[in-house]
Design a binder for this molecule. Structure first.
Ligand code: DGL
Length: 260
């Protein structure tokens, strides 16, 4: 069986790329809901329905495990999907999000203060704060919605997005803080931010967190790892294709498959 990855767009490919590098033996299917991007300003109900549909598509493609790489979908929908949809219809499958592992990684740094940048929907959900409180109530978390960044990155305006992110973080961070890039698109900003802040802040990016956490998960859950196939397959399914996606998808997996 396969490992599925879901994101609202192509940003999650950066997470999958890092995962496939760390665990190259497994078979991966990526589902990007490009027809409905962005999720960041959609309602909770819309995000729930879209996430359920995407996960259903990945289960239908024989995915045993689906990683919801999208923070916005992780924030709003996963718990509900695990408690109802999964239990009732797919009790032998798993859905994993990215928020809890990211919060754990933040706690492991030993920081006292963290600044999260994410979509409006992720920030409004309060999910990062709730998960942090369960594990460690001594860390101050500052959550900043940066709704301007996804549209800029989507338009290929990376430099404008980088300056906008720098402006926000220069205002919000203090020496010794952790910065969480709480959106798959923001992984593209990581290098510039890291260079700018150097060692004064620690940047947590999910392309570094998720490979490590998934590897630990599969080592712990041998009953799942044993069922995963090992042919090194990589597939991308997008709900809407745009010619400029070809370069990104080809760079990684060499092909896009439209859903039927
Ligand atoms: N991929 C989404 C996330 O990680 C952000 C993009 C969107 O708004 O759809 O939160």
């Amino acid at each position: 069986m396969n490992i599925g990855f879901f994101d609202s767009g192509l940003g999650g490919l950066l997470v999958l790329k890092a995962v496939a590098k760390a665990l190259p033996q497994y078979d991966y299917i990526y589902y990007g809901d490009t027809a409905n991007l962005p999720y960041g300003d959609k309602s909770e109900e819309q995000i729930y329905e879209l996430t359920k549909k995407a996960i259903g598509e990945l289960f239908a493609r024989d995915c045993l495990l689906v990683i919801v790489a999208c923070n916005t979908a992780s924030a709003e929908s996963i718990r509900k999907l695990q408690d109802t949809y999964l239990k009732e219809e797919f009790p032998d499958r798993k859905i994993l999000g990215v928020i809890v592992p990211t919060v754990e990684e933040m706690i492991d740094t030993g920081c006292k203060r963290a600044v999260l940048i994410a979509t409006k929907r992720t920030v409004d959900s309060g999910k990062y704060g709730r998960e942090l409180e369960k594990l460690d109530d001594s860390i101050e978390l500052v959550e900043v919605a940066t709704p301007e960044l996804v549209p800029l990155i989507e338009l290929g305006e990376d430099e404008v997005a980088q300056s906008a992110a720098l402006k926000v973080l220069e205002r919000e961070t203090r020496e010794g803080d952790v910065v969480i890039l709480g959106c798959t698109h923001y992984i593209l900003l990581k290098d510039v931010l890291q260079k700018h802040f150097a060692s004064s802040v620690t940047i947590i990016s999910q392309d570094e967190v998720i490979p490590k956490k998934l590897s630990q998960y599969l080592t712990k859950h041998t009953e799942i790892a044993e069922k995963l196939s090992n042919t090194g397959k990589r597939e991308i399914v997008l709900t809407k294709h745009r010619p400029d996606y070809d370069r990104l998808t080809a760079e990684f997996l060499g092909g896009v498959y439209m859903p039927e």
